[in-house]
Write a new protein. Structure first.
Length: 200
């Protein structure tokens, strides 16, 4: 499981979604609610981030009940006004955090007291998982779009596991379990077994 870094807690805005963001991952978002437009404005002004955390699908985005306790800090790396008038942003995952408690502002924006989580030392991709890295590269080349912007680290176990988890049609709760797992090799074993079970 994820390990907290011994440090003071920090309060950050929370953005509950039915998706999981990994460190290093890219996530496009369409922003239209006033509370989140204000949040994005503050983040851009202060060069700060917010936390993407999993909310169950049956739960409305923005509600605080039953949020996942581990999320990922998202940093805004690009933004644009979309043709439909909404704000489009691209965020990149930075570091995982443990959400200890939440509170709601008057505008219904959720804030969380968070501890940053220690990332385990990365390990080289074992030979037995090279096929997963090759599969990932083929998928990334086919998808294009914002995935074309990702810097490749195909020899790192954690990078391959994170990108595959983001892309493959895995239930969000399973993706969350992978996010919370500190062992890059355990993540790869899980993914390989899940793929063999699905496509056998």
């Amino acid at each position: 499981m994820a390990t907290p870094v011994p440090a003071e807690t920090t309060e950050l805005p929370l953005f509950p979604l039915n998706t999981v963001l990994f460190p290093g991952g890219l996530l496009p978002l369409r922003i239209f609610e006033i509370r989140y437009l204000d949040m994005i404005s503050r983040c851009l002004r202060h060069d700060s981030g917010f936390v993407v955390c999993l909310a169950p699908q049956e739960q409305h985005e923005g509600e605080s009940s039953e949020l996942a306790q581990v999320g990922t800090v998202a940093r805004i790396i690009d933004w644009e006004r979309l043709q439909d008038g909404l704000l489009g942003i691209m965020v990149q995952g930075e570091q995982r955090v443990h959400i200890q408690q939440t509170r709601e502002q008057k505008d219904r924006l959720l804030l969380g007291q968070v501890h940053f989580l220690e990332e385990p030392p990365d390990v080289a991709l074992p030979e037995e998982f090279i096929s997963l890295a090759e599969l990932l590269e083929r998928i990334l080349s086919t998808l294009g779009g914002h995935y074309a912007q990702i810097e490749r680290h195909g020899q790192q176990a954690s990078w391959v596991a994170a990108r595959l988890t983001e892309i493959l049609p895995i239930p969000p709760l399973e993706k969350q379990r992978i996010l919370e797992n500190n062992d890059p090799l355990a993540r790869l074993f899980y993914l390989r077994d899940a793929m063999m079970h699905t496509y056998a």
